[in-house]
Ligand binder design. Structure first.
Ligand code: KG4
Ligand code: ZN
Length: 348
């Protein structure tokens, strides 16, 4: 079946057309078009996302983005069998744009519609490029708004075993990048600055804490790291030029975040014995994290799945894939254009 996916939960206006087949027994996908309009240029000068500007930009771009997607996919709305749209969690003014255009399309073309949880979208992004994913699967969701360790027992069956108690990992990248004046979004900026770091300057030490590294649970905390960066930067900037200390701090921030994410994931694998392991969400685009999880130091023997780069940050192909699984599982709620509604705090 052909599925139109729509995603506007944050600052990307995204649409996709995918072909899905195989059912729950043998799901497989081909992405015919995966289009996205990024609002980074709009929010950059504010150092973060401004919800009302995001909503206005979604409104302006959603129809051109969907039109372009159909053109690339060489499909028409009439060819679509299902409309899938992110209905939460996210910024309400942003979600409303996607949800309402999806409702209008479903009504006009008499198509079934499914409201998708954005986190579920990130989880199913792994199925777009990987096929044999065994259950139970341990999933590390790392994005701008979420840091969660989830045990997925089967399609649609999730147990959150750990989560951040304050800031998300992506938020920590974004906030520390802002402190270091590296720009927005912070994740790619920190990663690029860290790549410039060569050797430890012996005149000073750049050591940041690994919050909750040794705690007995699977939870995370990143807000203290941001404060530690603030003190460290303020101390060093009085003595050394910014261009010398920034790469060192960026590399240490990245290492600290990756160390904690990896330690908790490894602990969960040891204790819970899942069949497979996955990472997803915007931060899973991070090269250091991908290498650490997959590299030679990998202490676990279970298969690791990471989505292709194109499906790590927010995109609509993942929403379409999640729509397929929800459709197959006949999730009763939110399947008619009359009922579907945005929910900024939607739970998994
Ligand atoms: O999944 P996503 O696109 O949106 C949310 O659902 O939040 O994730 C966005 C987050 C941002 O915090 C961004 O800084 C982070 O993902 N990110 C990265 C990288 N690319 C994006 N973090 C670390 N390294 C990257 N290369
Ligand atoms: Zn996301």
């Amino acid at each position: 079946m052909y599925i139109l996916g729509i995603e506007t939960s944050c600052d990307d206006t995204a649409a996709a057309v995918i072909e899905a087949k195989g059912g729950l027994a043998k799901p497989s996908f081909s992405v015919l078009a995966n289009t996205s309009y990024s609002q980074v240029a709009i929010h950059k000068k504010f150092g973060g996302i401004v919800p009302n500007l995001a909503s206005r930009a979604h409104l302006e771009k959603i129809i051109p983005t969907i039109k372009e997607t159909f053109k690339i996919a060489k499909k028409k709305p009439e060819n679509i069998d299902l409309v899938a749209v992110t209905r939460g969690p996210g910024l309400l003014p942003s979600l409303l744009i996607g949800v309402n255009i999806a409702r209008a399309l479903a009504y006009r073309f008499r198509k079934p519609i499914i409201g998708v949880n954005h986190i579920e979208g990130h989880i199913y992004s792994n199925w777009l490029t990987n096929k044999k994913i065994g259950f139970p699967a341990l999933i590390l969701v790392v994005s701008g708004g979420h840091t969660e360790l989830i045990l997925m027992k089967d399609y649609g069956k999730y147990k959150i075993i750990g989560q951040t108690l304050d800031d998300a990992a992506g938020e920590c990248f974004d906030k520390t990048a802002r402190l270091l004046k590296l720009g927005f979004p912070g994740g790619p900026a920190i990663a690029a600055e860290a790549a410039r770091y060569k050797i430890q300057d012996t005149r000073y030490k750049v050591n940041l804490p690994r919050p909750m590294f040794n705690s007995k649970d699977y939870n995370f905390s990143f807000s203290g790291l941001k404060t530690a960066v603030l003190y460290l930067y303020n101390d060093l900037i009085r003595k050394y030029p910014a261009k010398e200390i920034r790469p060192a701090i960026a590399a240490e921030v990245q290492n600290a975040i990756v160390d904690v994410l990896k330690a908790k994931t490894v602990k969960a694998i040891k204790n819970l014995n899942p069949k497979t392991m996955m990472i997803c969400g915007g931060v899973s685009a991070n090269k250091k994290l991908r290498e650490e999880m997959a590299g030679k130091t990998n202490p676990y023997k279970i298969p690791l799945f990471i989505p292709d780069f194109a499906y790590t940050t927010d995109n609509a192909a993942m929403v379409a894939a999640a729509g397929y699984f929800n459709y197959l599982m006949k999730k009763p709620a939110q399947n008619s254009w009359k009922k579907i509604e945005a929910n900024a705090n939607l739970k998994l």
